[in-house]
Design a protein around this ligand. Sequence first.
Ligand SMILES: [Fe+2]
Ligand SMILES: [Fe+2]
Length: 398
Amino acid sequence: MDKSIRVVEGVHWVGVRHPDLRVFDDLFPTRNGTTYNSYLIEGTEKTALIDTVKEPFAEEFFSKVSEHIDPTKIDIVVVNHTEPDHSGAVAQVLDKNPDVQIYCSKAAENFLKQLLNRSFNAVIVNDGDEVDLGGKTLRFIITPYLHWPDTIFTYLVEEELLFPCDAFGAHYCPDKLFDDEINEFYADFHFYFDCIVRPFKDKVRDALKKCEGLPIKMVCPSHGPIRRSSGQFAIESYARWCAAPSSGGRPKALMAVLSSHGNTRDMANVIATELKAQGVDVEMFALSEMRDDDYRDALEQADVLLIGTPTIQRDAPPHVWHALALISSVTPKAKLGAVFGSFGWSGEAVKMVEQRLTGLKYKLVADGISFRFTPTMENMDVCRSFAEQVAAAVLTEE
Ligand SMILES: [Fe+2]
Ligand SMILES: [Fe+2]
């Protein structure tokens, strides 16, 4: 079995490796496995754990903790984030010491109650709160949505270590724990960001602002290598990836279109021409052949999303549902939308897509339009009016 690893004097990694994990959360591929990092911090008065590990790894975790302290003597568990890959062994810590204090955000307390279904001693922390372990001071930074609403960062003041849980992590299971002992893992670091953190770019900006000016010697995330020599690089990468969408200039419409027989595409072209005439730039995506990443980037820059869909077998085609599913994987710049399309028999798709957009908290800026088979001249006039309404709404929002 693995051993604990010293990070600095009085701070040890007591996490576990999961090298053969191939899909994280049953959602994201993890070609290089992952780790569940937990840290034991020993002050002269108290001992704290920062996060735990996924429940099936609890035995190995406690064996590492036991190298330093009887686990029944742990005073504090800081729960930076309650997702079970980090809180999975909290129940067993409570079994060993029911009086242990759990430092966490208010949201985390609520989540933990329903994850554990038992009582526990919670200490709710706010921005800047500190706890002194005896020569080692933990300071808390409230950073909601990195990755859940409950998330906080913990900062070890004397050693200048940042424990940001999921943020700045990577699903990457190295042989050695520190970044300067292994090959670079940028692709995994970037892919992890894309899967886990990208939907919360605005929250990342808030979190980075709170960390501004904080001296940080190491970034000790909860997945993947500890950044002993590249903490600033990780922070700067997040700052770059999460920069606010560009502003100024003409507003932008993203049109995502699927057209089986060319009719929906003809409508799209008329709508696009009118939008441009009204002062709105257009970026058009053919849903059947677009790259997901290009579309996701465009969503983060677009002032309005227009979806053109035919109806096939009384439904919108899978490509359209896929484009809708990708919305929650990014931070859209705006949540304005409108839907149009051609159909042959029944024409349900436009309404269905409108309902989905509404469910995703989009505001529909024009009533959806759909026409049977080849649009007539009159139908195309309606398309122009539709575009005028969309443009008016977008220009008003500017
Ligand atoms: Fe998480
Ligand atoms: Fe995690």
